[in-house]
Design a protein around this ligand. Structure first.
Ligand code: SAM
Length: 265
Protein backbone atom coordinates (compact mmCIF):
# COMPACT_ATOMS: atom_id res chain seq x y z
CA UNK A 1 0.00 0.00 0.00
CA UNK A 2 1.30 3.46 -0.87
CA UNK A 3 2.12 5.84 1.96
CA UNK A 4 -0.57 8.23 0.69
CA UNK A 5 -3.20 5.51 1.06
CA UNK A 6 -1.95 4.14 4.36
CA UNK A 7 -2.03 7.61 5.93
CA UNK A 8 -5.38 8.58 4.40
CA UNK A 9 -3.85 11.57 2.64
CA UNK A 10 -6.75 13.31 0.91
CA UNK A 11 -6.00 17.00 0.85
CA UNK A 12 -8.43 19.91 0.77
CA UNK A 13 -7.75 22.78 -1.60
CA UNK A 14 -11.10 24.51 -2.04
CA UNK A 15 -10.88 27.83 -0.22
CA UNK A 16 -14.62 28.13 0.38
CA UNK A 17 -14.75 24.69 2.03
CA UNK A 18 -11.70 25.50 4.14
CA UNK A 19 -13.28 28.80 5.18
CA UNK A 20 -16.48 27.02 6.21
CA UNK A 21 -14.53 24.59 8.39
CA UNK A 22 -12.56 27.40 10.02
CA UNK A 23 -15.76 29.42 10.59
CA UNK A 24 -17.42 26.45 12.27
CA UNK A 25 -14.31 25.85 14.41
CA UNK A 26 -14.43 29.58 15.23
CA UNK A 27 -11.06 29.78 16.96
CA UNK A 28 -10.42 32.83 19.12
CA UNK A 29 -7.20 34.57 20.09
CA UNK A 30 -7.50 33.22 23.62
CA UNK A 31 -7.89 29.63 22.39
CA UNK A 32 -5.57 26.79 21.49
CA UNK A 33 -6.49 24.55 18.56
CA UNK A 34 -4.95 21.11 18.35
CA UNK A 35 -5.15 20.03 14.71
CA UNK A 36 -5.01 16.34 13.88
CA UNK A 37 -3.45 15.34 10.54
CA UNK A 38 -2.31 18.80 9.49
CA UNK A 39 -0.96 17.65 6.10
CA UNK A 40 0.43 20.59 4.13
CA UNK A 41 -1.34 23.15 6.32
CA UNK A 42 -4.52 23.84 4.32
CA UNK A 43 -6.43 24.24 7.59
CA UNK A 44 -3.50 24.96 9.87
CA UNK A 45 -2.67 28.39 8.42
CA UNK A 46 -6.20 29.84 8.36
CA UNK A 47 -6.82 28.41 11.85
CA UNK A 48 -3.61 30.07 13.08
CA UNK A 49 -4.75 33.42 11.64
CA UNK A 50 -7.60 33.39 14.14
CA UNK A 51 -6.43 31.22 17.08
CA UNK A 52 -4.01 32.07 19.88
CA UNK A 53 -1.97 29.00 19.00
CA UNK A 54 -2.25 25.92 16.80
CA UNK A 55 -0.53 22.66 17.63
CA UNK A 56 -0.37 20.81 14.33
CA UNK A 57 0.05 17.04 14.66
CA UNK A 58 1.30 15.28 11.53
CA UNK A 59 2.76 11.79 11.28
CA UNK A 60 4.33 12.10 7.82
CA UNK A 61 7.77 13.70 8.17
CA UNK A 62 7.77 14.61 4.45
CA UNK A 63 4.86 17.01 5.06
CA UNK A 64 6.39 18.73 8.08
CA UNK A 65 8.45 21.23 5.99
CA UNK A 66 5.19 22.56 4.46
CA UNK A 67 3.88 23.20 7.98
CA UNK A 68 7.07 24.96 9.04
CA UNK A 69 6.97 27.24 5.96
CA UNK A 70 6.64 30.90 6.84
CA UNK A 71 7.80 30.24 10.41
CA UNK A 72 4.50 31.32 11.87
CA UNK A 73 5.21 31.86 15.52
CA UNK A 74 1.84 30.63 16.79
CA UNK A 75 2.09 27.26 15.01
CA UNK A 76 3.80 24.40 16.84
CA UNK A 77 4.37 21.31 14.70
CA UNK A 78 4.39 17.89 16.35
CA UNK A 79 5.75 15.22 14.05
CA UNK A 80 3.95 12.36 15.76
CA UNK A 81 1.33 9.66 15.48
CA UNK A 82 -1.75 11.23 17.06
CA UNK A 83 -2.73 7.88 18.61
CA UNK A 84 0.50 8.03 20.66
CA UNK A 85 0.17 11.67 21.60
CA UNK A 86 -0.64 12.45 25.22
CA UNK A 87 -3.25 15.24 24.93
CA UNK A 88 -3.22 15.72 28.70
CA UNK A 89 0.50 16.39 28.65
CA UNK A 90 0.21 18.85 25.74
CA UNK A 91 -2.56 20.81 27.43
CA UNK A 92 -0.73 20.81 30.78
CA UNK A 93 2.14 22.62 29.05
CA UNK A 94 -0.19 25.30 27.68
CA UNK A 95 -1.31 26.94 30.91
CA UNK A 96 -2.38 30.16 29.15
CA UNK A 97 -5.04 28.17 27.28
CA UNK A 98 -6.34 26.00 30.12
CA UNK A 99 -10.07 25.36 29.57
CA UNK A 100 -9.84 26.92 26.09
CA UNK A 101 -8.76 24.07 23.88
CA UNK A 102 -10.46 22.92 20.68
CA UNK A 103 -9.67 19.90 18.52
CA UNK A 104 -10.01 20.05 14.75
CA UNK A 105 -9.02 18.06 11.70
CA UNK A 106 -9.71 16.55 8.33
CA UNK A 107 -9.06 13.17 9.86
CA UNK A 108 -7.27 10.19 8.39
CA UNK A 109 -10.28 7.85 8.16
CA UNK A 110 -8.38 4.66 8.92
CA UNK A 111 -7.82 5.78 12.52
CA UNK A 112 -11.11 7.56 13.18
CA UNK A 113 -12.50 4.89 15.50
CA UNK A 114 -9.53 4.63 17.93
CA UNK A 115 -9.11 8.39 17.70
CA UNK A 116 -12.74 9.06 18.67
CA UNK A 117 -12.41 6.78 21.70
CA UNK A 118 -9.19 8.61 22.64
CA UNK A 119 -11.06 11.93 22.40
CA UNK A 120 -13.77 10.54 24.68
CA UNK A 121 -11.19 9.47 27.24
CA UNK A 122 -9.74 13.00 27.33
CA UNK A 123 -13.01 14.87 26.76
CA UNK A 124 -12.60 17.05 29.86
CA UNK A 125 -9.71 18.83 28.08
CA UNK A 126 -11.72 20.14 25.13
CA UNK A 127 -14.53 22.66 24.73
CA UNK A 128 -15.33 21.62 21.15
CA UNK A 129 -14.19 19.39 18.30
CA UNK A 130 -14.69 19.87 14.56
CA UNK A 131 -13.92 16.81 12.48
CA UNK A 132 -14.25 15.90 8.84
CA UNK A 133 -15.12 12.22 8.96
CA UNK A 134 -16.30 9.44 6.70
CA UNK A 135 -20.06 10.12 6.27
CA UNK A 136 -21.07 6.81 7.92
CA UNK A 137 -18.98 7.52 11.02
CA UNK A 138 -20.44 11.04 11.29
CA UNK A 139 -23.93 9.54 11.05
CA UNK A 140 -23.10 7.10 13.83
CA UNK A 141 -22.05 9.98 16.10
CA UNK A 142 -25.34 11.79 15.55
CA UNK A 143 -27.64 8.74 15.35
CA UNK A 144 -30.90 8.64 17.32
CA UNK A 145 -32.61 5.60 18.94
CA UNK A 146 -34.36 3.41 16.39
CA UNK A 147 -31.81 4.10 13.68
CA UNK A 148 -29.51 1.37 12.36
CA UNK A 149 -26.56 3.70 13.02
CA UNK A 150 -27.35 4.12 16.74
CA UNK A 151 -24.40 2.60 18.60
CA UNK A 152 -22.28 2.97 21.75
CA UNK A 153 -20.34 5.78 20.02
CA UNK A 154 -23.60 7.76 19.49
CA UNK A 155 -24.55 7.40 23.15
CA UNK A 156 -21.13 8.18 24.60
CA UNK A 157 -20.62 11.28 22.43
CA UNK A 158 -24.16 12.63 22.79
CA UNK A 159 -23.92 12.29 26.59
CA UNK A 160 -21.12 14.84 26.63
CA UNK A 161 -21.38 16.80 23.38
CA UNK A 162 -24.00 18.44 21.24
CA UNK A 163 -23.39 16.59 17.98
CA UNK A 164 -24.21 18.43 14.75
CA UNK A 165 -23.69 17.16 11.21
CA UNK A 166 -22.87 20.32 9.24
CA UNK A 167 -22.31 19.42 5.58
CA UNK A 168 -21.30 16.54 3.35
CA UNK A 169 -18.59 16.58 0.70
CA UNK A 170 -18.32 14.41 -2.39
CA UNK A 171 -15.00 12.63 -3.01
CA UNK A 172 -14.11 15.20 -5.69
CA UNK A 173 -13.62 17.88 -3.01
CA UNK A 174 -10.32 16.19 -2.07
CA UNK A 175 -7.09 15.57 -3.87
CA UNK A 176 -6.66 12.68 -4.47
CA UNK A 177 -10.37 11.79 -4.04
CA UNK A 178 -11.20 9.12 -1.42
CA UNK A 179 -13.68 6.32 -2.19
CA UNK A 180 -16.23 7.61 0.30
CA UNK A 181 -18.20 10.75 1.09
CA UNK A 182 -17.22 12.91 4.05
CA UNK A 183 -19.26 14.85 6.58
CA UNK A 184 -18.18 17.71 8.80
CA UNK A 185 -19.27 17.17 12.40
CA UNK A 186 -19.13 19.71 15.17
CA UNK A 187 -19.10 18.52 18.77
CA UNK A 188 -19.88 21.22 21.29
CA UNK A 189 -19.14 20.17 24.87
CA UNK A 190 -22.23 20.31 27.09
CA UNK A 191 -21.87 22.32 30.32
CA UNK A 192 -23.07 19.16 32.11
CA UNK A 193 -23.39 15.62 30.73
CA UNK A 194 -26.97 14.73 29.74
CA UNK A 195 -26.97 12.20 32.62
CA UNK A 196 -24.50 11.48 35.41
CA UNK A 197 -22.74 8.13 35.09
CA UNK A 198 -21.16 6.64 38.19
CA UNK A 199 -18.48 4.65 36.32
CA UNK A 200 -17.98 5.56 32.69
CA UNK A 201 -15.53 2.74 31.89
CA UNK A 202 -18.04 0.16 33.07
CA UNK A 203 -20.85 1.97 31.25
CA UNK A 204 -18.81 1.79 28.02
CA UNK A 205 -18.27 -1.95 28.49
CA UNK A 206 -21.97 -2.38 29.31
CA UNK A 207 -22.95 -0.62 26.04
CA UNK A 208 -20.48 -2.71 24.07
CA UNK A 209 -22.08 -5.88 25.46
CA UNK A 210 -25.61 -4.50 24.89
CA UNK A 211 -24.91 -3.89 21.19
CA UNK A 212 -22.57 -6.87 20.66
CA UNK A 213 -24.89 -8.74 18.26
CA UNK A 214 -27.54 -6.57 16.69
CA UNK A 215 -29.74 -9.46 15.59
CA UNK A 216 -30.06 -10.57 19.23
CA UNK A 217 -32.37 -9.02 21.82
CA UNK A 218 -30.90 -6.70 24.44
CA UNK A 219 -31.62 -9.28 27.14
CA UNK A 220 -29.74 -12.01 25.27
CA UNK A 221 -26.77 -9.71 24.69
CA UNK A 222 -26.73 -8.70 28.36
CA UNK A 223 -26.51 -12.35 29.42
CA UNK A 224 -22.77 -11.90 28.71
CA UNK A 225 -22.58 -8.95 31.12
CA UNK A 226 -21.52 -9.35 34.79
CA UNK A 227 -25.19 -9.07 35.88
CA UNK A 228 -27.19 -12.22 36.71
CA UNK A 229 -30.19 -13.17 34.56
CA UNK A 230 -32.44 -12.79 37.63
CA UNK A 231 -31.28 -9.24 38.21
CA UNK A 232 -31.58 -8.43 34.50
CA UNK A 233 -35.18 -9.69 34.39
CA UNK A 234 -36.06 -7.77 37.55
CA UNK A 235 -34.64 -4.52 36.13
CA UNK A 236 -36.34 -5.04 32.77
CA UNK A 237 -39.66 -5.39 34.62
CA UNK A 238 -38.97 -2.30 36.67
CA UNK A 239 -38.45 -0.20 33.55
CA UNK A 240 -41.26 -1.93 31.60
CA UNK A 241 -38.78 -3.22 29.03
CA UNK A 242 -39.99 -6.21 27.01
CA UNK A 243 -37.77 -9.29 26.71
CA UNK A 244 -37.87 -8.73 22.96
CA UNK A 245 -36.53 -5.15 23.03
CA UNK A 246 -33.34 -4.52 21.06
CA UNK A 247 -30.48 -2.29 22.14
CA UNK A 248 -31.07 0.27 19.39
CA UNK A 249 -34.60 0.94 20.76
CA UNK A 250 -33.45 2.34 24.13
CA UNK A 251 -32.90 6.06 24.62
CA UNK A 252 -29.73 7.32 26.27
CA UNK A 253 -31.70 8.00 29.46
CA UNK A 254 -33.07 4.44 29.50
CA UNK A 255 -29.57 3.00 29.08
CA UNK A 256 -28.22 5.11 31.93
CA UNK A 257 -31.14 4.24 34.22
CA UNK A 258 -30.82 0.53 33.47
CA UNK A 259 -27.05 0.55 34.02
CA UNK A 260 -27.21 2.50 37.27
CA UNK A 261 -29.97 0.25 38.65
CA UNK A 262 -28.06 -2.92 37.76
CA UNK A 263 -24.86 -1.52 39.25
CA UNK A 264 -26.40 -0.55 42.54
CA UNK A 265 -28.39 -3.76 43.00
N1 SAM B 1 -5.33 18.63 6.94
C1 SAM B 1 -4.90 18.33 5.59
C2 SAM B 1 -5.93 18.79 4.60
O1 SAM B 1 -7.10 18.98 5.02
O2 SAM B 1 -5.60 18.96 3.44
C3 SAM B 1 -4.63 16.82 5.42
C4 SAM B 1 -5.78 15.91 5.77
S1 SAM B 1 -5.53 14.24 5.30
C5 SAM B 1 -7.18 13.65 5.18
C6 SAM B 1 -5.03 13.41 6.80
C7 SAM B 1 -3.64 13.75 7.30
O3 SAM B 1 -3.39 13.00 8.49
C8 SAM B 1 -2.51 13.40 6.35
O4 SAM B 1 -1.65 14.49 6.19
C9 SAM B 1 -1.78 12.22 7.03
O5 SAM B 1 -0.39 12.15 6.74
C10 SAM B 1 -2.06 12.50 8.48
N2 SAM B 1 -2.05 11.30 9.34
C11 SAM B 1 -2.41 10.03 9.03
N3 SAM B 1 -2.31 9.23 10.09
C12 SAM B 1 -1.88 10.01 11.11
C13 SAM B 1 -1.58 9.75 12.48
N4 SAM B 1 -1.72 8.51 13.00
N5 SAM B 1 -1.16 10.77 13.25
C14 SAM B 1 -1.03 12.03 12.74
N6 SAM B 1 -1.28 12.33 11.44
C15 SAM B 1 -1.71 11.33 10.64
Amino acid sequence: MSKTKALGQHFLNDRSILRKIVDITAPRKDELVIEIGAGKGALTFPLADRAGRVIAIEKDKDLVPFLREGNKENIVVLEQDVLRVDFRNIVAGETAFLGKVKLAGNLPYSISSPLLFKVLKDKDLFTACVFLLQKEVAERLGAQPGSKDYAPLSILFQLHFEVRLRFTLAPGAFSPPPKVRSTLVSLEKRPQPLFEISDEDRFRRFLRTAFAQRRKTLLNNLKSSPFSIGLLRESFLRFSLKDTVRAEQLSIGQFVALFETLRRA
